[in-house]
Structures are given as C-alpha cells and as structure tokens.
Write a protein that binds this ligand. Structure first.
Ligand SMILES: Cc1cc2nc3c(=O)[nH]c(=O)nc-3n(C[C@H](O)[C@H](O)[C@H](O)COP(=O)(O)OP(=O)(O)OC[C@H]3O[C@@H](n4cnc5c(N)ncnc54)[C@H](O)[C@@H]3O)c2cc1C
Length: 383
C-alpha cells in the first residue's frame, strides 16, 4: 500500500506512517476474514490475542501498567485502520478502551494494579454495560439497582445490547437510582450474573452482543469504581466521550473502506462499453464519498487535538465528528452498494456488510437525533 491510501489527503507524514502500520495489521489479521466473521456472528479469540500482542488493547493504558499511552490522534488512527477492516472488531476495541480509560481515570491504585495489566495485554477483555431494556438514549433512566449490604453491593436488573458481552471477562456496570448511579467492575463469573447471547443483529454482527441479568449479584466493595453516585455523570460521561471519539474514527475507516472498494469496482466493471467509473453519475458518488471521508477525518483530528489539549470545546468537537462521520459513513455505504449493483447485495460481499454496519453507527454512542439536538445545546451552553 502507498503511504497514503486513496483519498487520504490530510495526514502529516508521521500520521500517514502510523496509519499505514495499523492498516498492515488490518490487512493481515482482519480484512480478509471480516465477511466470514459477520456470517458466523463471532470474532475468534485469536484476534483478541493478536490485538493484545500488537499493543492495541492497551492503547488507553499508561506505560506503568503495560499499556502504550497512545496520543488521541494515534488512538484515532488505530480506530480508522481497524474500522476499514471490520466494524465488529473496532467495536470491541471501542468498548474495551472505554473500560480501560475509566479504570485509568477513576480507579484506585489497587484497582489499576488488579485490572489494567491483564486488560492492556488482552489477557482479559472489558465490556461496557449501561443500556437497559427501558433505558437507551435516556441513560439516566436506569432500573438496575445497587444495594449496599455490609462490605458488599448487591446488583439486580438487566443490561442489554452489550458489545462483546458474550465473551468479555469483565463488565463496567452502571446501577443505582435515577441520576445517582454508581459504576462497578464485575467479573464475568460472579454468582448471580447470567450472560445471554443476542445473535443475528442487523449490523456489527460479529461483535457478540449479549444481555446481562443481575439477580442478587453480590460484588465486593472494591468493585465500586469512582465515588458512589457519580457513575453516570463522571465515569460513564467520560467513557462515552472516548467511545464516541473511537466510533467517529471507526466511521472514517468504514467510509474509507467504501471509497477504496468503490474506486476499485468502478474501474473494473464495464457497462455501455466503458468502466462505470467513467459515467458522471457514478463519479458524483465517488466524489461525494471521497470528500465526506476527508472532511470526517479532519473533524476527528480536530476533536482529538482539542481533547488532548483539554480544551472545553472538545466535547462539542467529538459530537460533531461522530455526527458527521456516522451519517457520512451511512451515505457512503449506501452508495457503495449502489455502485456495486447486484454484486454488492451478495451475502458474501463487503458492501452489504458495510451498509448494515454503518446503520448501527447512527444509533450507538448517541443516535443521530440525539446528536442533532445535543450539538446545538452544547454550543448554546444549554447542555
Ligand atoms: C450493535 C449495538 C451495540 C451496542 N453496544 C452497546 C454496549 O456495548 N453497551 C451499552 O450500554 N449499550 C450498547 N448499545 C445500545 C446503544 O447505546 C443504544 O442503542 C442507544 O443508546 C440508543 O438507545 P435505544 O436503541 O434504546 O433507542 P431509543 O433511545 O429508544 O431511541 C429510539 C429512537 O428515538 C430517537 N430518540 C430518542 N430520544 C430522542 C430525543 N430526545 N430526541 C429525538 N429523538 C430521540 C432515537 O434517535 C432513535 O431514533 C448497542 C446498540 C447496538 C445497536
């Protein structure tokens, strides 16, 4: 691959080299298998091992705990590269990084020492358990309870749509009364916790989604992450910001995959005596796609720079990046199926997978509609 894949116009030489390194991993370990994993509805554990070995699962972890302490720009480029190959794999990177970030930011020294080295190395994988059957966009409306019982807490309730929930080793769980939830780190094998697979989702089908039931699930006091009652405002808020940033970059990768696949096919497929890429209406789709990817990448770079600098505008910048990148990725994926015609609808083709995955990106980490109202509220100081 050239240092700059087609359509990548906006990176410095150093960033382009970094992206190239991550893309090499994707091309060896992920992209050739993405359709197969999608059909099987599973990611192999060997992928986790390889991502751990490459240092990717420790991207958000400090070097003292075996992580790579990536800059936000590098973490973004990693998400782009993995997102080019497979959004299910990128989703696991997202939720795992949300958990490692939360432990790094809010954990005690004992909690960091207990969890981070294994999570950074990929010996264990973390999942993020906030959503419930009745609490989606309105995450404050949690029904799961956490009752103090001596030195322990007792969790009762149901979490749903938990990415990699089927295979994760630990869950960051939010439980408590409205607006007063606390965050808990819960081992998978804690008695009272039942994991039920949710298979055959529309998109990110290989991300091994699960429902978690907590039925008198006793966790020790040391499982509490951060201060009691600050689970949503502090722990979830910060983790979701990183998750949103990760998804935004993942959407850049998804749209980049659309662009590369569409450019390739439009050059190979001939109709009416010429390559379809010579028809102006196809060129328009390619142009829109390339422009969208480039603009989304710039918004992501901006969000990363502002967040890295601790700029208060970073929150809005991350929302904008995710909003633009996810809606753009969906349009790019729809056009990719259009350009591939019937071949893009085949069950073993990438375009139909990209389209299904792209729809999910408009729902997670703040749906399109929530973003449409939140960005204005953030900018006017109302949020
Ligand atoms: C593949 C996948 C993976 C996921 N992984 C995880 C995970 O790992 N952990 C986790 O905790 N959750 C996860 N989720 C859940 C995800 O966070 C929720 O789907 C998301 O928060 C939206 O909630 P909801 O689906 O219940 O939709 P709802 O909140 O019920 O919304 C339904 C519709 O109403 C619209 N809507 C809602 N409120 C408003 C409003 N105020 N203004 C305008 N429109 C509104 C929404 O935009 C949407 O179109 C995942 C979901 C999917 C699909």
């Amino acid at each position: 691959m050239d240092q700059h894949p087609p359509g990548v116009l906006s990176l410095t030489e150093v960033q382009a080299k970094t992206l190239q390194e991550y893309r090499r991993f994707t091309e060896a370990e992920i992209a050739p298998f993405a359709n197969e994993w999608d059909r099987a509805g599973r990611l192999p554990r060997t992928l986790i091992t390889e991502m751990g070995r490459a240092g990717y699962l420790g991207a958000m972890v400090g070097t003292a705990y075996g992580g790579g302490a990536y800059s936000l720009a590098d973490f973004g480029l990693l998400n782009e590269a993995i997102g080019v190959g497979c959004s299910s794999a990128r989703s696991v990177l997202t939720v795992h990084s949300m958990v490692t970030r939360a432990i790094t930011r809010w954990g005690s020294t004992a909690q960091r020492e207990r969890w981070l080295p294994d999570l950074a190395a990929g010996r264990r994988v973390g999942a993020f358990a906030l959503s419930e059957p009745q609490a989606g966009s309105d995450a404050a409306g949690l029904d799961t309870t956490a009752r103090r019982d001596g030195t322990h807490y007792v969790l009762d309730g149901t979490k749903t749509w938990i990415t990699y929930g089927q295979a994760a080793d630990a869950y960051l769980v939010f439980a408590g009364q409205r607006g007063q939830a606390s965050a808990f780190l819960v081992d998978r094998d804690t008695p009272g916790l039942t994991v039920r697979p949710i298979d055959d989702m529309l998109g990110t089908r290989a991300s091994m989604i699960a429902e978690l039931s907590f039925d008198g699930c006793r966790v020790p006091g040391e499982a509490l992450l951060g201060r009691p009652g600050f689970g949503l405002i502090a722990v979830a808020g910060d983790a979701l910001d990183i998750g949103r940033y990760s998804v935004a970059w993942g959407c850049v990768g998804l749209a980049q995959a659309c662009l590369e696949s569409s450019l390739d096919y439009a050059g190979r497929r001939h109709q009416f005596g010429v390559a379809i890429g010579e028809h102006q209406l196809v060129q328009r789709m390619l142009t829109d796609m390339a422009t969208t990817v480039s603009a989304a990448r710039l918004l992501c770079l901006q969000a990363g720079e502002l967040r890295q600098a601790g700029d208060p505008n970073a929150v809005a910048a991350v929302w904008m990046a995710k909003y633009f990148a996810s809606t753009g990725a969906f349009r790019a994926a729809a056009d990719t199926v259009q350009i591939h015609g019937a071949n893009g609808c085949r069950p073993d083709s990438s375009p139909q997978r990209l389209l299904r995955d792209a729809k999910v990106m408009e729902l997670i980490e703040g749906s399109t509609q929530i973003q449409q109202s939140m960005i204005a509220r953030l900018l006017s100081g109302a949020a």
